[in-house]
Design a protein around this ligand. Sequence first.
Ligand code: FES
Length: 116
Amino acid sequence: MEHQIKFIPPGKTIKVRPGSSVLHAAREARVFIATRCGGNAGCLMCKVEVVQGRESALTPPSDAERYKLGPLLEQGIRLACQARICGSAEVKLPEDPLKAAIRKQLEKQSADDELW
Ligand code: FES
């Protein structure tokens, strides 16, 4: 039985086999998640937020994931390379750091313009 994983953004949904990692599902869906450690829970670049299915759609965190994420786990943050799919879920991807910096600069500029 396959499960559906939705990635937001971009809003793509893909069906995957149970046991696939979230990172693998993202790659199957052609959704980019940055990595540097090759999926070994070493770089923390693949953090995602589980919006739906936090308790039921992913396997419990591994010891490595617990160690790396600590209290972030309670906020629904998981490592895409470690979390295995066992149900349907909706996963939110972090904003690209460059895009976030540009967005913040534009928001600041817009706020400054309103003052004049
Ligand atoms: S890919 Fe490096 S921690 Fe997941």
